[in-house]
Ligand binder design. Structure first.
Ligand code: GDG
Length: 474
């Protein structure tokens, strides 16, 4: 397969599958959870592309393969690269820096060196697989240097880059010792896509101030005559797919069974997140706990189901977070629960899509309270699954999704009383109010699904061709 040149090459840190060694020693592949995978899968299928990424693990003898109709090219990582590129620079430096310093980023020169090395390898593989004039779509913060390296190798390509996480304002970004290299890496692309308009503006302003290029609105003019466009493309979900799943008999029955198993409480609160310090899991559970303690809610009426999907478990801050949440849940259940009636039903695991849809259908109040989030697909998936136009969404104003889901109960996750008030309001809301809000949100999601997102990015990337060399610099 590697001999074939491809017209569309997706480059992402991870392949959409995880390598699993079965008990009999054979290797199989399992679809991995995560925002990126949920978003790109339908796009790949529509364009018959190839996807380059790390499959997880440290195997060095990987061959290209096909999984469920997707052409996949695994790139191997050494243990040192995983530690320094993935856990180190990507998740210990960039992730907290780009999420408003919710945790303290660490700056280590060895991490940076490995980040450069791994980005170069991804670029070389893309250069090898792309047909003449092909489109290459590079994804996310782990690969911000790939556009520049790839352009050096293959100036004939159309290169798009999409950042799934926030792009911070200059005041924060400037801390990064390698700020200029990152900006120049991204400028290798023809089109740099962000979740929100503010992120695109942050980028353009930084390029003007730090790199010194001329800019006008969303365009950057490079000295060699090339033009780079920076624009927002808010990501979405396969809304129709989720809706169909939610309507299925299996999910309908399972949703009832979940309510039953929880003791048919009056209302079920739900949180589903990767176990990540940006997601505000601790704060929301505390807010719910206080509502029980204050007597506004009782364990016979309400239960909070929190699914925390294991994530980045080798990174220190993630291990600490897990311990903190374990302790909080233990304390809340110990203090507030009764036999057969825990306050929090806490699940540290990941589930198949059907179970996710069943949980969405079973829950009356979805609680999504990140301190900062590029978009947050969970919020959108909940909306898509509410086929009866009921249910409430409590949503952080610092999630990208808050720009579109205006009818949610919007909260500031740093404001404990505000969050308690919103949870209670959502709990007490009249059915008519819920329906009015949910209908509006469902319309938004069905009209702006992941296909529309990918189409608009791809169209803009192709289109951008006639911007280059043709606009006058003002
Ligand atoms: C990043 C950005 C941005 C979760 N648990 C399970 C599972 N999931 C799926 C959800 C959802 C996805 O993973 C999570 O996406 P989010 O958007 O909520 O969050 P991140 O993982 O942080 O994603 C984010 C996103 O990229 C896309 O650009 O929105 O801001 O941080 O689709 O359903 N799926 C399954 N089992 C699970 O246990 N099957």
């Amino acid at each position: 397969m590697t001999d074939v040149a491809h017209d569309l090459v997706i480059v992402a840190n991870r392949l959409p599958v995880d390598r699993v060694i079965e008990s009999d020693g054979t290797t199989t592949w399992r679809r991995s959870p995560g925002g990126l995978v949920s978003a790109i899968d339908p796009v790949m299928r529509a364009h018959d592309g190839v996807w380059i990424g790390w499959p997880g693990g440290t195997d060095q003898d990987l061959q290209p393969f096909e999984d469920d109709g997707l052409q996949l090219v695994p790139l191997s990582m050494t243990p040192e690269e995983i530690e320094e590129h993935y856990e180190g620079f990507s998740n210990g430096t960039l992730w907290p820096l780009y999420h408003d310093l919710v945790a303290k980023p660490e700056f280590h020169r060895e991490w940076w060196d490995t980040y450069v090395k791994v980005n170069r390898r991804f670029a070389e593989k893309a250069a090898e697989l792309a047909a003449k004039g092909a489109t290459v779509w590079v994804h996310d913060y782990q690969l911000q240097l790939v556009p520049q390296f790839l352009r050096e190798l293959r100036p004939d390509l159309r290169i798009g880059f999409y950042l799934h996480i926030p792009f911070p304002p200059g005041e924060l970004f400037q801390q990064l010792p390698w700020r200029r290299q990152i900006l120049e890496g991204l400028l290798g692309a023809d089109l740099v896509g962000f979740q929100l308009p503010g992120a695109a503006q942050n980028f353009v302003r930084l390029v003007r101030q730090r790199v010194g290029h001329k800019t006008h609105r969303d365009l950057v003019y490079l000295p060699d005559g090339r033009t780079v466009r920076a624009a927002p493309f808010p990501i979405s979900i396969d809304a129709a797919g989720f809706e169909d799943l939610a309507r299925s008999d299996a999910v309908t029955k399972r949703a009832e069974a979940i309510r039953e198993a929880l003791g048919n409480p009056r209302k079920i609160f739900l949180g589903i997140d990767r176990l990540d310090y940006t997601k505000g899991i601790y704060a929301r559970l505390r807010a719910f706990g206080e509502l029980l303690r204050d007597g506004h809610l009782g364990v016979d009426d309400a239960v909070f189901v929190q699914v925390a999907v294991p994530s980045r478990e080798r990174v220190e801050q993630y291990r600490l977070l897990r311990d903190e949440i374990d302790r909080l849940v233990g304390r809340l259940n110990g203090d507030l629960g009764r036999i057969g009636r825990p306050a929090i039903s806490y699940l540290h695991t990941s589930y198949p899509r059907e179970e996710m849809a069943s949980l969405y259908r079973a829950a009356d109040i979805m609680v999504v309270t990140p301190y900062r989030d590029g978009m947050n697909l969970v919020a959108k998936e909940y909306v898509a699954c509410r086929i009866e136009d009921d249910g409430a969404l409590v949503l952080s104003e610092f999630a990208g999704a808050a720009d579109e889901l205006r009818q949610a109960w919007l909260v500031n996750p740093y404001d404990m009383n505000g969050m308690k008030a919103a949870l209670l309001e959502a709990y007490q809301a009249e059915p008519r109010e819920l329906t009015k809000r949910m209908k509006a949100m469902r319309k938004q999601i069905s009209q702006h699904d992941v296909k529309a997102w990918a189409d608009s990015f791809m169209t803009e990337l192709a289109d951008d061709a006639h911007h280059s060399h043709s606009k006058t610099v003002r």
